[in-house]
Design a binder for this molecule. Structure first.
Ligand code: NAD
Ligand code: DAU
Length: 327
């Protein structure tokens, strides 16, 4: 199969592509992968192998319709990871989020339609549902996004759905919980805290640290995306969860322990504007229909993640370096 993967110089897309190329997804051992990535601040070529016989890397923007006309012919599936992904940046300025997440997704959908691409997996997020005080969201829940990031992803999901409903394009949407693992940009909570604590520097905990997140290893998320790619149904949404729920204070405590640091390095700082209190998805649909179940324990996954950051300190500084990047 020829697969177009967008945003695979970033955290999750690169994990998906590396796993696929290393034979980690049965039935995909012969797939040819074309990556389109703009290499924004969040993407690095170091997240992917420099040379691989089944990988073509295209440095480009998903909003560039001329470029898409060149890369789409012959593609049989799209797995769409590319996005502006950081909530705090969307609070500071939403334009890039609307451009890439909404217009970029629409450009890809249009190209997929024009070129008869078989399957389009829209990789989305639990944040599109908003914030939930108790209980869990099912896929039928209305979308009530709060941050500009989440709103742009919700808009993209609905446009994707419209291409299914109106044009019959085989679109499948995943909505996953918070990911952690190696290769995540050090702007997000886990890698920010780990990289700072390893250097003995202070970390900023927003508000009172009581906000709750569900943490899932990136490998479990990517396996779910692959299950949806292979067996999902057109027009359907699949929540992806099964991680570990905890407050940011609890996560901070775990990271302090793993990095050998103490609470004296934790700074309570002003809260994020519009900070969502809690996310929690009901993922029984993907478990029931596609046999999804997470495999990585938080204990092992977090320990390995800290070890990875300790061993790859220059990873994000070496954007232009011509190396195989430590994977
Ligand atoms: P990331 O920020 O690490 O990577 C995003 C990638 O997209 C980067 O390589 C960047 O260069 C690329 N990109 C950005 N704008 C582009 C454009 N206009 N054209 C081409 N490439 C562009 O993001 P991530 O954490 O790997 O998230 C991947 C996807 O998964 C996103 O769609 C995100 O919404 C979704 N998601 C993330 C999480 C999480 O916890 N990180 C959870 C659920 C869903
Ligand atoms: O739920 C899925 C989402 O998870 C994805 O769609 C997003 O792309 C991804 O960035 C993530 O969003 P969050 O806002 O939950 O992740 P972040 O790592 O930015 O923050 C996690 C929690 O930690 C959140 O409650 C805010 C808090 N936080 C974050 C940072 C960066 C802090 O307390 N201090 C910080 O410095």
């Amino acid at each position: 199969m020829n697969i177009l993967v967008t945003g695979a110089a970033g955290f999750i897309g690169s994990h998906f592509v590396r796993t696929l190329l290393s034979g980690g997804y049965p039935g995909h051992e012969d797939d040819r992968v074309t990556v389109v990535d703009k290499l924004t601040y969040a993407g690095t070529r170091n997240n992917l192998p420099r040379h691989h016989p089944r990988l073509t890397f295209v440095h480009g923007d998903i909003c560039d319709t001329t470029l898409l006309e060149k890369v789409f012919p012959g593609q049989e599936a799209v797995v769409h990871f590319a996005a502006e992904s950081h909530v705090d940046r969307s609070v500071a300025g939403a334009e890039a989020f609307v451009r890439t997440n909404v217009l970029g997704t629409q450009a890809l959908l249009e190209a997929a339609l024009r070129h008869g691409t078989g399957v389009f997996v829209q990789v989305s997020t639990d944040e599109t549902y908003g914030s939930i005080a108790e209980g869990r969201w099912t896929e039928d829940e209305p979308l009530l996004p709060n941050s500009p990031y989440a709103a742009s992803k919700a808009a993209a999901d609905l446009i994707a759905r419209s291409y299914w409903r109106t044009h019959g394009l085989d679109v499948r949407v995943t909505r996953c919980a918070n990911n952690y693992g190696p290769g995540q940009h050090p702007e997000k909570l886990v890698p920010l805290f780990v990289t700072r604590l390893l250097d003995g520097r202070p970390v900023p905990l927003y508000g009172d640290g009581s906000n709750l997140r569900e943490w899932l290893h990136v490998d479990d998320h990517c396996r779910a995306v692959r299950l949806v790619l292979d067996g999902g149904r057109p027009g359907e949404v699949y929540n992806v969860g099964g991680g570990t729920h905890m407050t940011n204070r609890e996560m901070t405590g775990r990271l302090l322990d793993l990095c050998g640091a103490g609470w004296d390095l934790v700074r309570r700082v002003e809260d994020r504007k519009g900070h969502d209190f809690r996310y929690a998805v009901d993922d029984s649909k993907i478990r029931r229909e596609l046999g999804y179940a997470p495999r990585r324990s938080l204990e092992d996954g977090l320990r390995e993640t800290v070890e990875w950051y300790a061993a790859h300190r220059g990873h994000w500084d070496a954007r232009e370096e011509d190396s195989e990047a430590g994977y």
